[in-house]
Design a protein around this ligand. Structure first.
Ligand SMILES: [Zn+2]
Ligand SMILES: [Zn+2]
Length: 646
C-alpha cells in the first residue's frame, strides 16, 4: 500500500500524503475568488481532506456553482444574524433560488421589511469577524438530540425524515445548521449581499401547516456584480410590461377572465403590426395561412395524444346535443364532449388529409394565428408572459425525410431575420436531443439530430447541445434571446415530429409510387404573440420601433389660436397612413409633453402661432434630442421615409 496518493490539480499530477486538504493542493490559487472545489467532479469544501487518488478543480466565486455556494452560505449567515437578534426564532430551510436565496424562520413575530437593515448590519459584523465555517459529521440520532435540546423542532422533523445514519453539520462561531454543504471557508468570503424582501410561507408549502416567515436575499461574488444586478432588478420593475401596458393604454386584465388580456386599441396595433409583418414574411418564405376550428370533439385529442397527456391543461365543454351536460375527465372520457384547442397541430393534419398528397405537394407549409387556450394554474399566471389564451405565429411543415434539412435551415434564416429586425442583438440556439423516453430507434434519432445540426451549421450559427431535452417524438431546436435586462427568453422552437403523422395516418405517394409517411415540423418564430409582446415591451422599455408604435405622431397645440392648424397637421399625417392624433386641450405644454412621453409616442410636433404662420412644426423626439423647428413639408417627407420591415 502506498503511503501517498496522487492528486491532479490545475492539470498537474503530484503525490501528497493522505489527509492533505483540498486547499493545499490548489496552491496559491485560493484567494477569496475560489470558494470551493470539485473533487472527481463532486463539490466539496476547501477544507475537505483528500483520502484517495483524485482530480481537484477550483470552483470560482463567480461561476454558477460558486455563486450557488456563496448564496447558500449567505443564507446561513442571515440565519445566524436572525437567531442572534431575535431569540426564540427557529430555523427551518434556506435554499438558493434563481438570483438569490431565502430562509424560512419560525419567529415569535413575523418579520417585516423594517427588520431587514438591522439583520443586514448584523450580517456585515459576522462576515467581518471572519468566522471559520466548519463541517463535521455526526450520527443522525446525536444530531436529533442536539437540535432537540436547542428547541429546533423543525430541524428535528427534517432529521427524522433523513434515511442516512450520519449527517453533516456546519458551524460558524456559536451557530450551527444541518446542511449538506459545501460552504465558503469563512464568513469573510461573503462580501456582497442584500436582503430583498419578506413573505409568509407555509412549512413544507402545505397550507395546513404553520405559517413561517420567509426572508429573501441575494449575494454575488463582488460588490460590482451585486450593484449591477440590483440596477437590473430596478430597471425590470420600471419596465414591467404590466405597468407599461397600463401607462401606454395597451391592454388590461380583469379577474372576470383570469390570464386573458383585453387588448385595447393601442395594444391591438402592436398585435396586428406583428401579425402583418409575419404575414409578409410568409409570402416570401412560402407559407399558406389557414384558420382551423377552435373546438373539437374530444376524439381528436384522443388520437393526437393530448387527451392522455395534456387534458389537465385544456378547457373542456359538454356536447350541446348530448343528454347529459356532464364533462367526463376520466381517461375514457374522450368518447364524448368537446375540447378547446391548446395547439393547432392536430387540426392541421386535417388540412393535410383534405387531399391525396404526392411528393410534388411537399413541403406543405401551413400557418395559423388562431387563439389557443390553455388552462394554466392561476398561481402561475403573469401578465402577458403567462396567459390562458394566446396566438402563436404557428406553422406546420409536412415534408419528406430528405427535405428536413432545407426546411429547418430556411426557418432558421427566418428566425434571424425576425429577431434582428426586432432589435435583439443576440440569438442563442440549442439542439435538444433524444430523451430517455422516446419513440423510434437511436439510429433514427441520431440521423434527425444530425440534420438539425447541419441546418444550424449552414446558417453559420453556433449552438449548444441540450442533451436529453428533446420531445419524446423528435429532436428540436430551441431559440433564446437575451433582453436588455440580461434575462434570457425562450421564444422560438423548431421541432421534428414523427409521431403525429403516425397517429393521424398521414401519407403521400413518393416519386417511386410507394405510400410514405411525411415528417411534421412544428415551428413558431415569435412564439406566443402575447408573451413576445410582453418581452418586447420590457426589452425596449415601451420605446418600440416606429412601425410598431401604437401612436406614431402626436401634434401638440400651444394655444386655442392654432387649433385649426394643429388639426390640419394631424389630418395630413393620417392621410399618409400614419397613426397620428392632435392634443388640442387647453393644458400647459409641459403637461402635454409628459403625457405623450408616458404613451411613448416617438414624434411630437409642437405648434404655436409662429409655426402656424410659417407652416412649420417644432419637432420633439421621444429619445432625448432637443426640439428643432422644421418646415411641415419636410416633416412629412421625413416620416414617409420611416422604414417598414420586410
Ligand atoms: Zn445549509
Ligand atoms: Zn404544432
Amino acid at each position: 500500500m502506498s503511503a501517498e496518493i496522487t492528486v491532479v490539480a490545475n492539470g498537474q499530477a503530484r503525490a501528497v500524503a493522505p489527509g492533505t486538504r483540498v486547499r493545499e493542493v490548489l496552491d496559491g490559487k485560493v484567494g477569496r475568488d475560489v470558494v470551493a472545489a470539485r473533487v472527481d467532479g463532486k463539490l466539496v469544501d476547501l477544507s475537505r481532506p483528500l483520502t484517495h487518488d483524485a482530480t481537484v478543480e477550483p470552483v470560482a466565486a463567480d461561476s454558477p456553482e460558486g455563486l450557488d455556494i456563496i448564496r447558500h452560505s449567505t443564507a446561513h449567515l442571515m440565519a445566524q444574524a436572525v437567531q442572534s437578534l431575535f431569540p426564540g426564532t427557529q430555523v427551518t430551510i434556506g435554499p438558493t433560488i434563481e438570483d438569490g436565496f431565502f430562509y424560512d424562520f419560525a419567529p415569535p413575530q413575523p418579520f417585516t421589511v423594517e427588520d431587514l437593515p438591522k439583520i443586514e448590519q448584523k450580517m456585515r459584523e459576522l462576515a467581518k469577524a471572519d468566522l471559520r465555517v466548519e463541517r463535521s459529521e455526526v450520527p443522525r440520532e446525536e444530531a436529533i438530540a442536539t437540535f432537540g435540546r436547542m428547541g429546533e423542532h423543525y430541524k428535528v422533523e427534517i432529521l427524522k425524515g433523513i434515511p442516512e445514519e450520519s449527517v453533516s453539520i456546519y458551524r460558524q462561531g456559536d451557530w450551527m445548521d444541518l446542511c449538506r454543504g459545501p460552504h465558503v471557508p469563512s464568513t469573510r468570503y461573503i462580501r456582497a449581499f442584500k436582503l430583498t424582501g419578506v413573505a409568509g410561507a407555509y412549512w413544507r408549502g402545505d397550507e395546513r401547516n404553520a405559517m413561517l416567515s420567509r426572508i429573501y436575499g441575494t449575494a454575488f461574488a463582488t460588490k460590482e456584480a451585486l450593484e449591477e444586478h440590483l440596477r437590473m432588478v430596478e430597471l425590470a420593475r420600471q419596465r414591467d410590461h404590466r405597468r407599461l401596458g397600463r401607462e401606454m393604454g395597451l391592454f388590461l386584465f380583469d379577474p372576470i377572465a383570469p390570464g386573458q388580456p383585453f387588448y385595447l386599441p393601442k395594444g391591438m396595433v402592436i398585435f396586428n403590426e406583428l401579425v402583418d409583418y409575419v404575414r409578409r414574411l410568409y409570402r416570401r418564405y412560402g407559407f399558406d395561412e389557414v384558420i382551423t376550428p377552435q373546438i373539437y370533439r374530444n376524439e381528436l385529442w384522443h388520437t393526437s395524444g393530448h387527451w392522455d397527456n395534456f387534458r389537465e391543461n385544456m378547457f373542456l365543454a359538454p356536447d350541446p346535443e348530448a343528454a347529459t351536460a356532464a364533462i367526463d375527465t376520466t381517461p375514457e372520457g374522450w368518447r364524448q364532449g368537446y375540447g378547446v384547442k391548446p395547439m393547432n397541430c392536430p387540426g392541421h393534419t386535417y388540412v393535410y388529409r383534405a387531399e391525396k398528397r404526392s411528393y410534388r405537394d411537399l413541403p406543405l407549409r401551413i400557418a395559423e394565428f388562431s387563439r389557443l387556450h390553455r388552462a394554466e394554474r392561476s398561481g402561475v399566471l403573469h401578465g402577458l408572459t403567462r396567459v390562458r389564451v394566446m396566438s402563436q405565429d404557428d406553422a406546420h411543415i409536412f415534408c419528406t425525410e430528405a427535405q428536413i434539412e432545407d426546411e429547418v435551415a430556411m426557418n432558421l434564416a427566418m428566425v434571424r431575420d425576425v429577431y434582428t429586425t426586432l432589435g435583439f442583438e443576440r440569438i442563442e440556439f440549442k439542439l435538444a436531443t433524444m430523451p430517455e423516453q422516446h419513440l423510434g430507434t437511436t439510429e433514427q434519432w441520431r440521423m434527425s439530430e444530425e440534420k438539425l445540426g447541419n441546418a444550424l451549421r449552414r446558417n453559420q450559427v453556433s449552438f449548444e447541445i441540450n442533451p436529453g431535452e428533446g420531445a419524446f417524438y423528435g429532436p428540436k431546436i430551441e431559440i433564446y434571446v437575451p433582453d436588455a435586462l440580461k434575462r434570457k427568453w425562450q421564444v422560438a422552437t423548431i421541432q421534428l415530429d414523427y409521431n403525429l403523422p403516425e397517429r393521424f395516418d398521414l401519407h403521400f405517394t413518393s416519386s417511386a409510387g410507394t405510400e410514405d409517411r411525411p415528417v411534421m415540423i412544428h415551428r413558431a418564430i415569435l412564439g406566443s404573440l402575447e408573451r413576445f409582446i410582453g418581452v418586447l415591451i420590457e426589452h425596449t422599455g415601451g420605446v418600440l420601433p416606429f412601425w410598431l408604435a401604437p401612436e406614431q405622431v402626436r401634434v401638440l397645440s400651444l394655444s386655442e389660436k392654432v387649433e385649426a392648424y394643429a388639426a390640419e397637421v394631424a389630418a395630413l399625417l393620417k392621410g399618409l397612413g400614419l397613426r397620428a392624433s392632435a392634443d388640442l386641450r387647453n393644458e400647459k405644454l409641459g403637461f402635454k409633453v409628459r403625457e405623450a412621453e408616458l404613451a411613448k409616442v416617438p414624434y411630437m410636433a409642437v405648434v404655436g402661432e409662429r409655426e402656424a404662420a410659417a407652416r412649420q412644426i417644432a419637432l420633439r423626439l421621444l429619445r432625448g434630442e432637443k426640439s428643432q423647428v422644421i418646415a411641415l413639408d419636410e416633416f412629412l417627407e421625413r416620416l414617409k421615409r420611416e422604414p417598414l420591415p420586410a
